[in-house]
Design a protein. Structure first.
Ligand SMILES: Nc1ncnc2c1ncn2[C@@H]1O[C@H](COP(=O)(O)OP(=O)(O)OP(=O)(O)O)[C@@H](O)[C@H]1O
Length: 269
């Protein structure tokens, strides 16, 4: 599904926390939203998902304005994965993942189609063995995978995920990024907020770099992650390398603090 945002502006009091953002996301494409803390990424993602109403501007889904769609219809088209937080509901993992099917259900208990979607989502996120656990007893990383399963269970045409890998160990970070990549390759529209620039560079088709509510740069990862953009948005240098799997980047040093203290000790020895 094509998602088009035009001149999106969001005010918090007098301050524009998202300021005149234009963005188009195509089916089959994985877009990474990056930028420093407070840049406006979550706010923009919530507006794109129809969870938050923008102060100005418009969002269209395959040409259909968000205001023309009911919340239920939008919830079937766009799945949203919020930033990880506490989940204090007295629910098992399986019941929580089933909530992803609510936009599809008109009456009563989940049917076979719902059960199959829930099973697929739990299998893909490797949480089947947690299915009977109470959500409140999960670790942060387990909880995030379960919440991703809930979002996948919607089987929507777009998935917008806010920092889905931040709490995960390296195996699950790669696993989740591969999973999102597969969803994009199968035609889904994926947008993902990431702080990990190595993963953003490796997995996204394009990046949108935000700072202070505006889009500073947009395009292929290797262009957006330029030295000038990294210095301007984050105040960091990246190391760039070439491995058997391709080119990679690593956030390496703060500008004006080019080495870690251990490196400085080594160099002066
Ligand atoms: N309701 C609100 N009232 C006041 N300020 C808000 C409100 N919502 C967001 N903000 C502010 O808007 C800015 C953008 O917030 P947002 O959560 O979109 O940033 P972000 O890029 O996702 O940040 P992070 O990487 O830290 O998660 C922040 O400075 C935040 O404090």
């Amino acid at each position: 599904m094509k998602i088009e945002a035009n001149a999106i502006t969001q005010f918090a009091g007098p301050r524009a926390i998202v300021d005149g953002v234009d963005l188009t996301m195509e089916p089959g494409m994985m877009t990474g939203l990056i930028g420093p803390n407070g840049a406006g990424k979550t706010t923009l993602l919530r507006i794109l998902a129809g969870i938050q109403q923008q102060s100005r501007g418009s969002v269209h889904y395959d040409g259909c304005a968000s205001r023309e769609l009911s919340l239920r219809c939008l919830a079937r088209k766009v799945a949203f994965l919020a930033q990880a937080g506490e989940v204090n509901w007295a629910l098992t993992v399986e019941r929580l993942v089933e909530l992803g099917r609510l936009p599809h259900r008109t009456l009563g208990v989940p049917g076979q189609v719902d059960a199959a979607a829930v099973h697929r989502a739990m299998q893909a996120t490797e949480v089947l063995e947690l299915r009977q656990r109470m959500v409140s007893t999960l670790s942060g990383g387990e909880r995030m995978r379960v919440l991703l399963a809930r979002a996948l269970a919607v089987e929507a045409r777009a998935l917008l995920a806010d920092e889905p890998v931040t709490a995960l160990d390296p195996y699950h970070q790669i696993h989740v990024m591969e999973l999102l990549r597969q969803q994009a390759d199968s035609g889904m529209t994926i947008a993902v907020v990431l702080h990990d620039l190595t993963l953003a560079h490796r997995y996204c088709d394009r990046l949108v770099l935000m700072d202070a509510g505006v889009v500073l740069a947009e395009g292929p990862p290797s262009e957006v992650l330029s030295d000038a953009n990294m210095a301007s948005a984050y105040g960091v240098h990246l190391q760039r390398g070439q491995g058997p799997g391709g080119e990679f980047v690593l956030p390496w040093s703060c500008i004006d603090q080019p080495t870690t203290s251990k490196e400085a000790e080594r160099k002066s020895a």
